[in-house]
Write a new protein. Structure first.
Length: 154
């Protein structure tokens, strides 16, 4: 298989041990294809997948990964998109929740669809980022980028 993605990062829903099986299945599938697999450090610790795979921070994923696969819901994908935006790492979302407007790969066909992506059979969607800042007395007190929306409360 010719693949433009050599190093794949897996990011699971924050502190969610129930994604462990899906992460492990996908990690073993990717490793079986001869690809490098990185497990995001929070995902690794909450799922117990710290042995046998390279564990990486979001920053390391940003500099080393060719593709990040996010297993969770839309919130997990949005969080990962914001944390990896500066690195321009492409994301693919596998829905582990209920609706999944942004995580459009269902868990039932995850291996098949990720396989298609690896075979360069996909359509890329470029999304714009929102740049938000909070000013107090003319001074910036908070700054972030967001993929979908920004909520400000007291």
């Amino acid at each position: 298989m010719t693949c433009e993605f050599k190093t794949i990062a897996l990011i699971g829903k924050y502190q969610s041990p129930e994604v462990a099986e899906a992460v492990l299945r996908l990690a073993n599938y990717l490793r079986g294809l001869g690809l490098n697999v990185l497990i995001e450090q929070g995902t690794a610790s909450s799922t117990g997948l710290t042995a046998g795979f390279s564990v990486a921070s979001h920053e390391e994923i940003g500099t080393r990964a060719d593709l990040a696969v996010v297993l969770g819901g839309d919130g997990t994908l949005l969080n990962s998109a914001c944390r990896l935006a500066a690195y321009d790492v492409p994301l693919a979302g596998v829905n582990q929740g209920r609706l999944g407007f942004l995580t459009d790969i269902s868990r039932e066909v995850a291996l098949e669809k990720i396989g298609e992506i690896l075979q360069v059979r996909y359509t890329e969607e470029a999304r714009i980022l929102l740049d938000a800042e909070v000013l107090r007395n003319g001074q910036r007190v908070f700054h972030t980028v967001a993929l979908n929306d920004v909520v400000v409360n007291k």
